[in-house]
Write a protein that binds this ligand. Structure first.
Ligand code: SF4
Length: 399
């Protein structure tokens, strides 16, 4: 049986970044404890709450507890507490959360990640996180240029990053992942190189680079659409510059010993994100909290995104699931290709053809002749120079 990934969403932040299109809010800290209590209730009663939506997890018989004849908890090897800014929470709430997960699932604690923003990190918190079992920090550095951080509405500045990293190391966190954003307003080729160089010099085990997304879900995106001036939309780098930023990152990371294993992710050997790999490998995961997504068997489902509505549903004994989608065979094939090509290790063509009863040879040959993909035996993967065009490849493959 595959081991689960467990995800907990904490949808609270201190401010709203201009580019943010997530369902997060700035709320009074009084709402943190009731929210975590609701999440703990959802975790404890997940089997019942899921079943009310027709979702049932397979029962495992616990041979150790034979006399009690109870189903055993599902094994889980990764936990990811994301947001939002979960590092805002009192460490005691995080401890409650992890204790509840451990009493509801057979957790092996291989990788327990907490997303943390630089300005929220304090020595005492770092020690308590480690005591709680958190062994990986996903660190929201984003940029090392104050002008860019300010324009993006971030709370932290470059100095906060340099303050926080030694605190985490001294607390004993041996696995830190930095996030950087390519395409922030005011970012230039030179400033992007500087952010990359400073991130690499701090020697995190893992670096994620996200390309700025512009859509109507953020204040910055709306400003681009409406040609406004408030959030520096006119100082966004061009698409050509962003493509160049990405290529620069690939070269600099490679030179620094980081291996790219996914379109947006680089790691030192052995430090790939075990939890995030589950998403790209279509392995099962369960999400708890407002807006959390889950995938198990032939179903994907997600919770209500509004935190207050989520808490109200759970507190009244109802499931907070908003909708459930069946993953048909066609959809599963799309996912295999789309998610598989995100990974630098690529996809096993023969396995997919066997599993889904399709012949992808003609498409693959055409794409290969255009230099879009590389083929090594039965493995296909995106050509290194084409990593930023994965959606086009998907469309081409499935047409
Ligand atoms: S910290 Fe992250 S989740 Fe919160 S507003 Fe900024 S981008 Fe959005």
């Amino acid at each position: 049986m595959q081991r689960l990934g467990l995800y907990v969403q904490v949808p609270f932040c201190q401010t709203k970044c201009t580019y943010c299109n997530f369902h997060t809010g700035v709320v009074s800290t009084d709402r943190f404890a009731p929210y975590i209590a609701a999440v703990c209730h959802e975790i404890t009663h997940h089997a019942y709450l899921f079943s009310s939506f027709g979702i049932s997890l397979p029962k495992r018989f616990d041979w150790q507890s034979l006399r009690q004849a109870v189903p055993a908890p599902q094994p889980a090897d990764t936990v990811y507490i994301g947001g939002g800014t979960p590092s805002l929470l009192d460490p005691q709430l995080l401890m409650d959360l992890l204790r509840t997960l451990r009493s509801s699932f057979a957790c092996t604690n291989e990788e327990i990640t907490l997303e943390a923003d630089p300005e929220t990190i304090e020595p005492e918190k770092g020690r308590q996180w480690l005591d709680a079992g958190i062994n990986r920090i996903s660190f929201g550095s984003q940029s090392f240029i104050d002008e860019e951080l300010k324009a993006a509405g971030r709370m932290h500045r470059r100095a906060d990053i340099y303050n926080a990293v030694p605190i985490l190391r001294e607390a004993g966190i041996a696995n830190i992942s930095f996030d950087l954003i390519a395409g922030l307003p005011k970012q230039t080729r030179a400033s992007w190189r500087q952010s990359l160089a400073e991130a690499i010099a701090l020697s995190p085990e893992h670096i994620s680079i996200y390309m700025m997304e512009i859509d109507e879900g953020s204040r910055l995106g709306l400003e681009v659409i409406r040609s406004g001036l408030r959030y520096s939309a006119r100082e966004l780098p061009s698409e050509e510059a962003m493509a160049e930023f990405y290529e620069t990152a690939q070269a600099e990371m490679r030179a620094a010993g980081y291996e790219q294993y996914e379109i947006s992710n680089w790691a030192k050997p052995g430090f790939e994100s075990k939890h995030n790999l589950k998403y790209w490998r279509r392995e099962p995961y369960l999400g708890f909290g407002a807006g959390a997504h889950s995938f198990f068997g032939q179903q994907r489902w997600s919770n209500l995104t509004d935190a207050a509505a989520y808490v109200a549903a759970i507190n009244s004994g109802r499931s907070a699931i908003d909708h459930v989608d069946a993953v048909t065979s066609d959809l599963a094939l799309e996912e295999e290709i789309f998610l598989g090509l995100r990974q630098l290790s690529g996809i096993d063509l023969r396995r997919i053809e066997r599993q889904y009863g399709v012949d992808l040879n003609e498409k693959i040959g055409r794409l290969a002749s255009h230099g879009m993909i590389e083929r090594v035996g039965d493995l296909i993967r995106l050509a290194p120079a084409k990593l930023s065009v994965s959606t086009e490849v998907l469309v081409e493959l499935l047409r």
